[in-house]
Design a protein around this ligand. Structure first.
Ligand code: GLP
Length: 250
């Protein structure tokens, strides 16, 4: 890989997952209060769930106004029916979109069961989002260092595309994925690392001991495609918000 500049992300270590969620929500509120029509890419997974609860409370209390915000999905499984509760879209609707009555037209979604085919759906989404890069991308991290569904070996300039999930990811997601039915998705559409890196600001959330080793690799290991999250050190304005367990190997 060509030599590239390396930057040190800002790292905030807090006592527990509750404080991580609270801190990230404070960042989101500050952004939206500064820029009412902010474009935000939002993730799924367990890590951000509490942050969404806190955000719903903040919107209900009138601490922030989401009327002009654009929310966009980071990634989505493929070949799950639209009404399947396991789709990331349905998870986001349940946790955030529905409780705040967020307008559908401002929610940019990836279809889990496209009318045409997945590569066409990926192209459609790429065209939609590349016109206006995100003001902020909120991320979690997979145990193999993936961001979105950019698995190890994803190029740092990759764009929105169909990806095959690694065995590691399938194993990590197994409990959630298999709870509701037989079919286990093996493919997904994800924003590429290139899409993520062109955002104005990136906030990585990680909590728990199971993330400690990969957080160390992402922040202290070599910058290369073996650890997709290490790409975050190739640009400025990146914030890692960690609880003490996730930061324990730094
Ligand atoms: C999934 C998602 C990622 C998420 C990761 C971690 O694979 N594609 O966007 O960051 O899992 O999830 P969790 O927060 O549940 O650990």
């Amino acid at each position: 890989m060509l030599a590239q500049p390396e930057y040190q992300p800002q790292i905030i270590t807090l006592e527990d997952p509750e404080k991580v969620a609270y801190f990230v929500v404070t960042q989101i509120i500050a952004l939206v209060n500064r820029k009412a029509n902010a474009v935000m890419t939002i993730p799924t997974g367990k890590t951000p769930e509490r942050a969404y609860e806190l955000l719903v409370e903040a919107v209900r209390k009138g601490e922030v106004d989401f009327d002009k915000v654009i929310l966009r999905m980071l990634d989505e499984y493929q070949w799950l029916k639209r009404n399947d509760p396991r789709t990331f879209q349905n998870q986001l609707r349940k946790l955030l979109i529905n409780p705040i009555h967020f307008p559908n037209i401002q929610f940019q979604t990836i279809n889990s069961y496209p009318e045409t085919d997945s590569p066409k759906e990926a192209d459609r989404y790429e065209k939609l989002i590349s016109a206006t890069p995100s003001d902020i991308v909120i991320l979690g991290i997979g145990q193999n260092g993936h961001i979105g569904f950019n698995e190890p070996l994803s190029p740092f300039d990759s764009r929105t595309r169909v990806v095959q999930l690694s065995d590691n990811t399938l194993a990590a997601n197994k409990k959630d994925i298999q709870r509701h039915g037989q079919y286990t998705p093996e493919y997904a559409i994800t924003q590429g690392i290139g899409n993520i890196l062109e955002a104005d600001r990136i906030v990585m959330m990680a909590t728990g001991e199971s993330k400690a080793d990969i957080i160390r690799q992402a922040l202290k290991g070599e910058i290369n495609t073996d650890v997709p999250a290490s790409a975050l050190r190739t640009r400025q304005n990146v914030l890692f918000v960690l609880d003490s367990a996730a930061a324990s190997q730094l």
